[in-house]
Design a protein around this ligand. Structure first.
Ligand code: SAM
Ligand code: SF4
Length: 332
């Protein structure tokens, strides 16, 4: 296994890149973007696949071993599969994972399996068709459920992501927790964050990790805390007799910053060393002005060495507006 060579100024190893391949999306989840959508960037402002492959190659040489493809919705970008095939072939890159809403994913599952995609995170905030529609503003639950079924059948390791929102889907917490009984698919509940394109909380009342756990405990009082994989953002629990664990991600409370191993690259080529910063390096401009691989490495190292210690500090360091950008421009 490749030794991790990359550390930030707080001694945290960095080995995980979240790469947004587009800011576009075919859903309109209200916690992520307004009903009318966001102003998408022009195609030429997006990193090309060639540029992304170059950047990942450079970062892998520096110590990144895992990449998650995200967006927007990754499967709305043309020829994603051709890109993924080339990405998974990069030497030294140990795992390529994808986060998707699952609407367009079904036909690609055999190919995803063939090229060795390590795992899929499928976002599904409700198992109820009406509530799914209320949240995503699109009636696509049946397609997402077909994708889920096919992923399980194909044996691709899969996790479900559900953002928990007061007055929207708290009644989905128990059915989603129950899903782990007969399926080897971890279900992760995520605190809502104000990355909805409009700022402030969508309904003023989101649920924190304690409330989510209390809800699950109300039905499953014997739920047990279990060990977390290294650098996990989720706190893990297990209901005795169930096939899979449950994870709770304190994304807004930010309990996990001390072991954060991830960096993010937006679809426009802005590097973020924290979800809550406003972008610390415009890598696209650097690349397009002729930077060599060594120049890129130098620029990466400089920002890795001045990383905020946690999401609160990163938020405080923002020079521009407070957090309000759409998560579809960041990738989650
Ligand atoms: N479109 C894909 C999807 O939905 O899975 C990938 C991109 S999406 C931005 C990545 C993850 O971010 C999803 O699991 C989504 O639920 C989560 N997310 C989006 N907006 C969020 C918010 N305001 N608070 C918490 N999680 C959010
Ligand atoms: Fe699209 Fe994912 Fe944002 Fe929903 S959470 S609008 S699926 S990018």
């Amino acid at each position: 296994m490749q030794k991790n060579l990359l550390y930030d100024n707080h001694g945290r190893p960095l080995n995980y890149l979240r790469l947004a391949v587009t800011d576009r999306c075919n859903l309109r989840c209200f916690y992520c973007m307004p009903a009318e959508g966001i102003k998408y960037v022009q195609r030429k402002e997006l990193l090309s696949y060639e540029e992304m492959l170059r950047l990942v190659g450079v970062l892998v040489e520096m110590g990144i071993t895992k990449v998650r493809i995200t967006g927007g919705e990754p499967f709305v970008r043309r020829d994603l599969m051709g890109f993924l095939e080339r990405l998974t072939a990069i030497e030294g890159l140990q795992a390529v994972n994808i986060t998707t809403n699952g609407v367009l994913t079904l036909p690609f599952i055999p190919k995803l399996k063939e090229i060795g995609i390590a795992s899929i995170n499928l976002s599904i905030d409700s198992l109820d068709r009406d509530r799914f529609f209320q949240i995503t503003r699109r009636d696509e639950l049946p397609k997402v459920l077909k994708t889920l079924e096919a992923l399980e059948e194909a044996g691709i390791p899969t996790k479900l992501n559900a953002v928990v929102m007061d007055g929207q889907n708290t009644e989905d917490i128990l059915p989603l927790a129950a899903f782990t009984k007969d399926h080897p698919i971890e279900v992760r509940f995520i605190e809502e964050m104000p990355f909805n394109g409009e700022g402030e909380k969508t309904n003023g009342k989101s649920w924190n990790h304690r409330q989510i756990l209390a809800k699950i405990e109300s039905k499953y009082p014997d739920i047990q805390r279990v060990a977390d994989p290294p650098n996990s953002t989720a706190t893990h629990y297990h209901i005795p007799g169930h096939a899979a664990n449950i994870g709770i991600i304190a994304a807004f409370t930010r309990t996990f910053c001390g072991s954060c191993n991830r960096i993010r690259l937006t679809a426009q080529g802005m590097l973020k060393t924290c979800l809550y910063d406003e972008g610390v390096l415009d890598i696209r401009s650097l690349m397009r002005s002729g930077a060599s691989d060594d120049d890129l490495k130098g620029a990466f190292l400089a920002v890795f060495n001045s990383r905020a210690k946690d999401g609160f500090e990163a938020e405080q360091n923002r020079k521009g507006r407070p957090v309000q950008e759409s998560m579809s421009t960041i990738g989650g």
